[in-house]
Design a protein around this ligand. Structure first.
Ligand code: DGL
Length: 273
C-alpha cells in the first residue's frame, strides 16, 4: 500500500484525456496533473528544447513526492522518456510504447499509420517500437501541425478541423492503412471527426486507454498501488492562466476540475532533473 499520488504531465490539456482514463481505471489513486500551458505547443519545437521542459516538469513532480510519473504527451515521450528514466528515481511511463504495441496487435494487413506532432514524427520513436514488435509492418507517419491549435481553440468541431483532418488522413487512406495510431493526447477530443473521416473499417488506436491499463498493472506489480477503499483525489497545476485551464480543462477531462494552482516557470527551471 503506497498512498503517494501519481504525477501526470502534458504541454497543456491533452494529457487530461489520459488522466480521465487513469481516474476510471484506478479510482483509489490520488493524482497530480501539471499542464505546461505557458509553453504550448510542444509539437513544433526542437527535440532538445522539449527534453529540457520535460526534465524540469518531471523533476518538479518528483519534488512533490509522487510515486510514479506518466508523461501524458507524445511529443515529450518521444523527445525525453529514456533520459527521464535515467535521471529520476521514480518509475516514468510514456504514451508511445503502449500505443505501438496495441497497433501491431490490431493490424490485419500490417499497414499502420500515425497522426502526431512534428516532434513525435521526427523522433522516429514509433517506427522503432513498431519494428521491435513486428519488423514486417509497413509504417506511414504523418505530421499534423494544424490540429493541436484547432483542438485548443474555442471551436474544436468547426469545419476547419474537419478539413485539416481530411488533409492528414488522405495519405493514410491512399496507403491502405487498416490501423491508425492517434499519437497525440489531444486527438481523442475530436474522436467523432476522426472516426467519420476514416470510417468504420479503420481501427483507431488511442493512447489513453492503453496507457491507463499499463500504469495500473505497473503499480500493482511494483506493489505501489493504493489499497484504500474510498475514491482518490486529483489536483491541477498549470504554468498558464488557472481560470482558462479550469474552463477548458473540463472539456478534456469530462469531470469537474476544482481548484487549479499556478506554477511559475522559474520554479520549474530550478527543479530540472
Ligand atoms: N499533447 C501533446 C502530444 O501528445 C502535444 C501537443 C503540443 O504541445 O504540440 O504530443
Amino acid at each position: 500500500m503506497d498512498a503517494r499520488p501519481v504525477g501526470v504531465f502534458d504541454s497543456g490539456m491533452g494529457g487530461l484525456t489520459v488522466l480521465h482514463e487513469c481516474l476510471v481505471t484506478m479510482p483509489n489513486e490520488d493524482f497530480v496533473y501539471l499542464g505546461d500551458a505557458a509553453r504550448l505547443p510542444y509539437g513544433p519545437r526542437p527535440l532538445d528544447e522539449i527534453r529540457r521542459f520535460a526534465r524540469e516538469i518531471a523533476g518538479y513532480l518528483e519534488g512533490l513526492g509522487v510515486k510514479l510519473i506518466v508523461v501524458a504527451c507524445n511529443s515529450a515521450t518521444a523527445a525525453a522518456l529514456p533520459e527521464l528514466q535515467e535521471r529520476l528515481s521514480v518509475p516514468i511511463m510514456g504514451v508511445i510504447a503502449p500505443e505501438a504495441h496495441a497497433a501491431v496487435q490490431a493490424t490485419r494487413n500490417r499497414r499502420v499509420g500515425l497522426l502526431a506532432t512534428q516532434a513525435t514524427v521526427e523522433s522516429g520513436r514509433y517506427a522503432e517500437l513498431i519494428r521491435a514488435h513486428d519488423a514486417g509492418v509497413r509504417f506511414f507517419p504523418v505530421a499534423c501541425p494544424r490540429l493541436v491549435p484547432l483542438i485548443e481553440s474555442d471551436d474544436p468541431f468547426a469545419a476547419e478541423t474537419v478539413e485539416a483532418v481530411r488533409e492528414v488522413a488522405a495519405p493514410l487512406k491512399r496507403a491502405g492503412c487498416d490501423t491508425v495510431i492517434l499519437g497525440c493526447t489531444h486527438f481523442p477530443l475530436i474522436r467523432p471527426i476522426l472516426q467519420r473521416v476514416f470510417g468504420r473499417d479503420v481501427e483507431l488506436v488511442f493512447s489513453a486507454e492503453e496507457t491507463a491499463r499499463e500504469v495500473s498493472e505497473t503499480l500493482a506489480r511494483k506493489r505501489l498501488a493504493n489499497a484504500r477503499k474510498h475514491e482518490g483525489e486529483y489536483r491541477f497545476l498549470t504554468t498558464g492562466d488557472p481560470a482558462q485551464f479550469r474552463s477548458m480543462g473540463a472539456r478534456f477531462l469530462q469531470l469537474p476540475l476544482g481548484e487549479v494552482e499556478r506554477v511559475a516557470l522559474a520554479d520549474l527551471e530550478r527543479s530540472a532533473a
